[in-house]
Ligand binder design. Structure first.
Ligand SMILES: [Zn+2]
Length: 174
């Protein structure tokens, strides 16, 4: 008959080995999950009213979708906008990107930043500052349900804070 202490030692070793195995197994469980998420993100239809979207996944990074029916200027703007979100995702990583969008202010900052990339392109090809600011404010007011609680003035202020070329101070210098 085996002495009891040896049996206990054996069991402890087994538990330790099981933990190592389950850590490795966890990676194998996460990999298909991330792959499935990536595929879903790449194929899922765009939410109504959005020209594009970027999903920020851990390890994988940004996955961008653009409305395939867009062309010309609309397509260029959508690509510029989503490229800015992809850059945010690469800079911050998935967890911080997700955390940054948990509040309306955080979402507004992230969107204003992406719209600023659009604004720079619009301004460079000759659109007026007022025109660009009005278009972006309209889009933030109408295309995103979560801005419903914000006044137009608050949205304009958020755009100005994230985008110096569209700020009130820049407009005063016209
Ligand atoms: Zn956006």
């Amino acid at each position: 008959m085996q002495p009891a202490p040896l049996s206990v030692t054996h069991r402890l070793n087994t538990v330790a080995r099981d933990r190592r195995i389950s850590a490795r197994r966890l990676v194998w469980l996460l990999a298909p999950g991330l792959l499935a998420l990536s595929l879903a993100a790449a194929r899922a239809p765009l939410p109504k009213g959005l020209d594009g979207m970027t999903i920020c996944l851990p390890v994988v990074g940004p996955i961008t979708r653009i409305d395939s029916t867009l062309s010309g200027r609309a397509r260029a703007l959508a690509e510029i906008h989503e490229r800015a979100h992809a850059a945010q995702c690469r800079e911050r990583g998935a967890v911080r990107s997700y955390a940054a969008r948990l509040t309306i202010d955080g979402k507004l900052r992230a969107e204003a930043h992406a719209f600023c990339a659009e604004a720079n392109w619009d301004l460079a090809i000759g659109y007026s500052r007022e025109n660009v600011l009005a278009r972006i404010t309209d889009e933030l007011e109408t295309a995103y349900g979560w801005t419903a609680g914000r006044s137009r003035g608050e949205i304009v202020a958020a755009i100005g804070a994230a985008c110096p070329p569209l700020s009130t101070r820049a407009r005063a210098g016209d």
